[in-house]
Design a protein around this ligand. Structure first.
Ligand code: PLP
Length: 398
């Protein structure tokens, strides 16, 4: 007898990407497929010190149950961290700590989405968000993007037409697009939030990973200059890509009534984010190590992004088009089919595995009509020599 699973599971499938990941165990594969930071860059010494300090100074709190909203010293440190990034008016109780920013997205789904509700996402967008929002029954509407992020004229039309529950954006070095929403469009998004009284969700796990000039301020930071917009804005942050994803420390800034409902739902979900992880993150931030850590990861990823861009231009030439990323972890590219070369991302993924290199085809990142010629390549976990070798193999596969 089949187990009686909930109907909501009918809305989601296991991701195609997981199937691909099964092939990655093949010996000698160079993988550009993951969405992970490089574990070689974790500040182990700094984290050891933070753990020791947490267990020495506050063993009770670090090992005991804690408040659902989060551990106060961490909320204070996070508010200060956000202030250093231009969010000047954030009180510690203006955010809750979540178990990764993934949980913040899940809580937004849980608190806001009912079956058939519409949510606007970018095309392409983060795959786990597509799955998560669909699990709650969302009908996802796709907004087009270009290298400067979501196209705000098209977004306005979609908001006016569909009256979505909310709009989900990854404005800074999006996953998978790498796109950076420009300043003008950021302001426009805030104006749209106010004009249409529509909640905007800014997911920002990559904003600190810039390679040259700092990106424009987050939509949250800019909300101070657009009256009324803060009431229509939720912002998700994460320690995952800059410090450690295993810590599972993220946070969400949102209007008080939304934070209250999300906190209530979190209570039923995991009671609170690990106090041990929170106390560790709080000590880490308090020790003032973050600026040096950020400088280090930016430098290493910048070199790798450059190496990947150069290798793609050299080894794939006009078979591929992409915008050189200015931050984040990914090159998002389109196969042109020039000279009769492969034009389908799935097809190339299979051929690439044969040649000993892996990446993720772009199609699963679209909630609606996929662009089959796209692919996502992560430059985060392979060093420059491996990147050059791997892209060389890709050049043979295309
Ligand atoms: C756009 C985006 N949002 C959220 C997450 C979730 O990150 P975490 O739960 O580790 O904070 C990721 C991770 O890949 C991501 O790419």
């Amino acid at each position: 007898m089949p187990l009686p699973f909930a109907d909501r599971l009918n809305n989601v499938e296991t991701s195609a990407i997981r199937e691909l990941f099964k092939l990655l165990g093949k010996p000698g594969i160079i993988s550009f497929a993951g969405g992970f930071p490089d574990s070689a860059m974790f500040d182990v010494e700094g984290l050891k010190e933070a753990v020791n300090k947490a267990l020495t100074d506050e063993p009770g709190a670090a090992l005991q149950y804690g408040a659902t909203e989060g551990y106060d010293p961490l909320r204070q440190q996070l508010a200060a961290f956000m202030a250093s990034k231009g969010v000047k008016d954030l009180a510690p109780d203006g955010l809750i700590v979540t178990t990764g920013s993934q949980q913040a997205l899940d809580l937004l789904g849980k608190t806001l989405i009912g079956p058939g509700d519409k949510v606007i996402v970018e095309a392409p967008t983060f795959l786990a968000t597509i799955q998560c929002f669909r699990l709650y029954g969302a009908e996802l509407i796709s907004a087009p993007i270009d290298a400067h992020g979501v196209q705000t004229d098209a977004l306005e039309k979609l908001i006016a037409e569909h009256k979505p529950k909310f709009v989900y954006l990854i404005p800074t070095f999006g996953n998978p697009s790498g796109a950076l929403l420009n300043l003008e469009r950021r302001k426009k998004v805030l104006e749209l939030a106010v004009k249409y009284q529509t909640l905007i969700v800014e997911d920002d796990p990559y904003g600190d990973l810039y390679f040259g000039e700092a990106p424009p301020p987050s939509i949250l930071a800019l909300s101070a200059s657009v009256p009324g917009s803060r009431d229509w804005l939720a912002h998700c942050g994460s320690m995952s890509k800059v410090l450690s994803p295993g810590l599972r420390v993220g946070w969400m800034v949102a209007p008080p009534e939304l934070l209250a409902k999300a906190t209530m739902c979190k209570q039923f979900s995991d009671a609170h984010t690990s106090t041990f992880a929170q106390a560790t993150a709080a000590q880490y931030l308090k020790a003032g190590r973050m600026p040096a850590t950020l400088a280090h990861v930016r430098k290493v990823y910048a070199e790798r992004a450059q190496a990947m861009g150069n290798a793609l231009r050299k080894d794939l030439g006009d078979a591929i088009e992409f915008v050189q990323p200015q931050g984040g972890l990914f090159v998002w590219a389109r196969l042109t089919g020039a000279g009769g070369k492969v034009k389908d991302g799935n097809e190339l993924a299979k051929r690439a595995i044969e040649k000993g290199v892996a990446f993720v085809p772009g199609a699963p990142f679209y909630a609606n009509k996929p662009d089959l010629s796209t692919l996502r390549l992560s430059f985060a976990t392979a060093d420059v020599a491996k990147i050059e070798e791997g892209i060389g193999r890709l050049g043979q596969a295309v």
